[in-house]
Design a binder for this molecule. Sequence first.
Ligand SMILES: *Cc1c(COP(=O)(O)O)cnc(C)c1O
Length: 408
Amino acid sequence: MKLSNKTVHTLKKDFPIFKNNPGLIYLDNAATSQKPKQVIDVLKKFYEKEYANVHRGVYRLSSNATELYLKSKEIIAEFIGAKPEEIIYTRNTTESLNLLSYTLPSIINATNKKRDEIVLTEMEHHSNLIPWQQLAKRGGWKLKFIKLKGYELDMEDFKKKVSKKTAVVALCHVSNSLGTINPVQEIIKIAKEKGALTVIDAAQSVPHMKVDVLKVGADFLAFSGHKMMAPTGIGVLYGKKQLLEKMQPFMFGGEMIKKVTLNSATWADLPAKFEAGTPHIAGAIGLGEAINYIKKIGIENIEEWEKKLLDYTLEKIKDIKGIKIYNSGKNSSGILSFNLEGIHPHDVASLLDEQGIAIRAGHHCNMPLMKILGVPGTCRISFYLYNTFEDIDALISTLKKIKDKFKK
Ligand SMILES: *Cc1c(COP(=O)(O)O)cnc(C)c1O
């Protein structure tokens, strides 16, 4: 379905939050997304009619729950071009990246002890920074950061920093502050030539654009369900099968074992090896349904619509005097950071909130990036498929009023 302002107004009716909060203009989709009734209904149905634990029971209810759980993996795998056994459920992107920071060293050491550098970028979310910092602190690893050139990555700097010593290259597909879409295919190709492992933080890409893991070429890719209309508490780590098979588990306990004695244990096959304990069954089923919802509209159509919203905003926002925009204008997804000269971002956000407009203000889990931009924080708007031109008109006119108010 091609999206237009008219069709989006119809789609918006699928989201009860807007009916229950009349006048709400929700522009904080990079933080989390609203849920359509299709997803909410599936959760309700599961808890009211189908609920049981997975894998354990031989009774009908449990085997049905197991089937629903496994089906959700097939839906996700198909959506990103992976195999179901390459989909590991985690709580969120953060947990997926932590898992890697703990378990990747087990396969790097095995292949080459001299590889001790981890290449990140200056625009990483804290989730793709602090786990690697902690790994470096545990000893034996060094961090390197690809510099920015404007609001994009400096590819020359990347080529200098990646070498035969690089163990891991880990970066975001789309920056959650700048909206920049990084040239991940090119970066991964170069990283692979040097023999490095590659990790993509896809928290801001998988919900908004077509991502095919084989095309991207990364060894690992992480994203969160709650940013793509699914419940909180369910996230995904994709990994190439032959690598996941070699890696040590991250957590230990029930469901992830093959055979256990009092003093030893062996591990289950993929993906169970990485899913210790009872998983977020309802969350997984909800994520499958959220992807069904996206597929019905078409991810390409969502991407195209958000691009239209961004272009429309960039065109209108220029007219506001004293506005500073932190966006390259090209190669950007539907995320836009800005500041109004002389007004603290938190003040802008609270004044917008008085008009029912929800935006994020602050460092967006990007403190080092804010330091590079030379600001304590920014205002950030971010779109999803239910945003309309009217949302942007309201934003712009309110920003103009805020600007005038502060002039006096
Ligand atoms: C939101 C986000 C994360 C963290 O996601 P969680 O769901 O909070 O774990 C990581 N990276 C990027 C780029 C994000 O936008």
